[in-house]
Design a binder for this molecule. Structure first.
Ligand code: CIR
Length: 247
């Protein structure tokens, strides 16, 4: 397994957030948390490439939003936030060895709205991802089924509230989305909302620190849990899956 990450720019202090963070983002701490995340992926056997940050793009560390990759195919997205659109250039270059498709206007899609469970993509229709974006995803991955779900306005991305645990299960923040929307997969509910976004790789999983209940749930499923502090990422409405593209 390989993964693409992107370093934290100094301008991360001005990353998009629904509410101005108080206290403000500590960029040095964000970098330390990012380094711990990269190390956690490494400990789970993932070979990580860290692309350089771009100071002109405060949100560029949230690399997940810029591409959807499955098998040998990549769809370079058109992020919903105009300030994030230029993030895709460096990512597209890094994906050049794959069969690369590029999304065009009027489609918009953030990778944070795409949850893959085996050959099914659940796609959140959100403030960032529109129906044309979901349709473009379906066209780029004809061997996958695309199921579009409405994301409530209080939730930034589909995966702000959930994340895949392998191909057959989804970790879901209790009370966030109707579990019945996810047909054909097991739902593992956690009351610790900030920990519902985790990165599962093989028999390991990277989980937000400070969520002992979620940790115990995942350990009971036989997963090796590595905790990473996500405090500074959360100030910019980010979580763990946002920080990588698994290839
Ligand atoms: C944004 O608002 O776009 C960023 N500050 C946070 C993006 C988080 N990405 C993700 O959940 N996939």
């Amino acid at each position: 397994m390989r993964a693409l990450c992107r370093a934290v720019p100094s301008s991360f202090a001005h990353a998009l957030s629904a509410a101005p963070p108080d206290p403000p983002i500590d960029v040095a701490l964000a970098r330390a948390q990012h380094a711990a995340y990269v190390a956690a992926l490494g400990a789970l056997g993932v070979a990580v490439t860290v692309l350089p940050a771009d100071e002109a793009l405060p949100d560029c560390t949230f690399v997940e939003d810029t591409a959807v990759v499955a098998g040998g195919t990549a769809l370079v997205t058109r992020p919903g936030a105009p300030s994030r659109r230029a993030e895709v250039t460096a990512v597209a270059a890094a994906l050049a060895g794959l069969d690369v498709h590029v999304m065009e206007a009027p489609a918009t899609l953030d990778g944070g709205d795409v949850l893959r469970a085996g050959r099914t993509f659940f796609v959140g229709l959100s403030a960032r991802t529109n129906r044309a974006g979901a349709d473009r995803l379906a066209a780029a991955f004809p061997d996958h089924r695309v199921i579009a779900l409405e994301v409530p306005p209080s939730v930034l991305h589909l995966k702000s509230a959930c994340s895949p645990l392998g191909d057959e299960a989804i970790l879901l923040a209790e009370g966030s989305l109707d579990p019945h929307l996810f047909r054909g997969v097991d739902i593992v509910s956690t009351p610790e909302a900030h920990a519902a976004n985790a990165v599962a790789v093989g028999n390991g999983v990277v989980v937000a620190a400070g969520a002992p209940g979620t940790r115990a749930l995942l350990e009971r499923r036989g997963l090796r849990v590595i905790e990473v502090d996500t405090g500074e990422m959360r100030k910019a409405d980010g979580a763990l899956t946002c920080l990588s593209i698994l290839l």
